[in-house]
Write a protein that binds this ligand. Structure first.
Ligand SMILES: NC(=O)c1ccc[n+]([C@@H]2O[C@H](COP(=O)([O-])OP(=O)(O)OC[C@H]3O[C@@H](n4cnc5c(N)ncnc54)[C@H](OP(=O)(O)O)[C@@H]3O)[C@@H](O)[C@H]2O)c1
Length: 409
């Protein structure tokens, strides 16, 4: 649980009031893992808006060399790294004469995260973000945490590393950022429930028959958020909310039965915390990822963002529904994985990553995603995760079983 950092944020908000009289913020060195993605680009935009405040240590992507090189030049980054070594020459070419260091490969990504930045945005998609996120945590950095798959597959071990090395985790997922802002970490026994809101995704009003025929274009067309392809498909299956329930459990130390999900199509109320006295505190805003990213980037201060402000008069009706477990079994699978403990969430996450990639490649249908995930969860033998090596091993086995199931279709 990130109690120490949550306590720090509460104290800092009291100690450093907004407005005149507050000391000028110190310069902050930042690294952005996954800078070319949806979260990464929003982070780059906020960092670029205040060049006096931020110095960029490293930017990391997988293979989008053109965008990475442009970002590195614009932000005058010290280093730019691609995970895919096949793109090293192109990146070196694009940055020649700039003095920006260039590197490629999985180890170079970890090395980039280990460079001495105060603040690291963890916005690589999938379990591929585990080693670099760990590298940042192990040197005690402040880690802005978007990469939920890492907490899903290795939550307890990751939180132990964060604690051991005195790192600080700041949630970036809009729901967890919302909870972070209204969660009384000094009196956790006063919290009775976390309520994560979910838009319901593009298939909220569709039938299972419609979903069976869903195209890639329909599945990634999220009604309220503009996000990367993988998380958009996860939102369409509602696996995203399952991953977020597990993420919330690790971040806030709440048990599975005290984390509820509420479908809220307008995505204005980003999540809520219920207290034992019946008070319910929520954080609201327009659906714009720049807000939760800014909460983490400016922390413990508030920084301005350019997005549209929330107008509750024009927002109209705000609706809330219970999720439909028959239509969206992914939520049930995630809760089963949590209750099973051990390797179950890691297996579920790995199978989901493989199945979503296969769907996005046009190799399986939309409803096959949940079938592949459930099949993998029931096939991989249950085991405990005692070390990060155990996580890597289980992740590999689950990916192989999910891939075989896809090939056998
Ligand atoms: N998008 C959102 O609004 C949002 C909201 C909340 C949480 N999240 C979470 O944030 C994470 C990122 O989501 P996203 O939507 O921004 O994803 P995205 O748009 O697909 O971007 C993924 C980023 O990771 C890079 N990447 C992928 N594999 C990599 C690897 N092996 N090594 C290094 N870099 C790698 C990609 O580089 P290339 O561009 O070169 O492929 C890209 O920069 C996910 O865990 C997601 O669940 C996203």
């Amino acid at each position: 649980m990130v109690v120490s950092s949550l306590q720090a944020v509460a104290a800092a908000q009291v100690a450093v009031p907004e407005g005149a009289g507050a000391p000028a913020p110190a310069t902050r060195t930042v690294t952005i893992l996954g800078s070319t993605g949806s979260v990464g680009c929003n982070t780059v935009e906020l960092v670029a808006a205040d060049p006096e405040r931020y110095q960029v240590e490293a930017l990391v992507a997988r293979k989008n060399v053109d965008l990475l090189a442009r970002q590195a030049k614009e932000l005058r980054a010290k280093a730019a790294v691609v995970a895919d070594e096949a793109h090293y020459a192109a990146l070196k070419d694009a940055l020649s004469g700039t003095g920006i260091e260039v590197a490629a490969g999985a180890q170079a990504v970890v090395d980039a995260a280990a460079r001495p930045a105060d603040w690291v945005m963890a916005a690589i998609v999938g379990a591929a973000g585990m080693e670099p996120t760990l590298a940042a945590a192990r040197r005690g950095a402040t880690v802005a945490f978007a990469n939920k798959e890492v907490l899903v597959c290795a939550g307890a071990l990751m939180m132990a590393e964060v604690k051991r090395h005195g790192a600080t985790l700041l949630p970036v997922d809009s729901e967890h950022s919302a909870i972070f802002q209204v969660f009384d970490s000094e009196r956790v026994d006063g919290v009775s429930r976390l309520i994560l809101t979910a838009s319901g995704g593009p298939f909220r009003n569709k039938t299972r028959e419609d979903m069976a025929r869903a195209t890639i274009k329909e599945a990634v067309a999220h009604p309220t958020w503009d996000m990367g392809a993988k998380i958009s498909v996860d939102s369409a299956t509602m696996m995203n909310k399952g991953l977020e329930v597990i993420e919330a459990h690790h971040l806030f130390g709440m048990p599975e039965d005290k984390i509820d999900v509420l479908v809220h199509p307008q995505s204005v109320v980003h999540s809520l915390v219920e207290y034992v006295d019946g008070s319910v505190l929520a954080q609201l805003g327009t659906p714009d990822m720049r807000t939760p990213i800014a909460v983490a980037l400016g922390w413990p201060r508030r920084i301005a963002t350019p997005g549209e402000r929330l107008n509750l008069v024009t927002a109209g009706h705000l609706e809330f529904y219970a999720p439909d477990p028959e239509k969206f079994p992914a939520l049930r699978l995630a809760r089963e994985a949590m209750r099973a403990g051990g390797c179950a969430a890691c297996v579920m996450n790995a199978a989901n990553e493989i199945a979503v990639a296969a769907f996005l490649d046009g190799r399986i249908g939309f409803l096959d995603i949940e079938r592949i995930v459930e099949h993998t969860m029931t096939t991989v033998p249950h085991s405990r995760l005692n070390s990060l090596d155990d996580v890597r091993e289980v992740d590999t086995v689950a990916r192989r079983i999910a891939s075989e199931a896809i090939q056998a279709r």
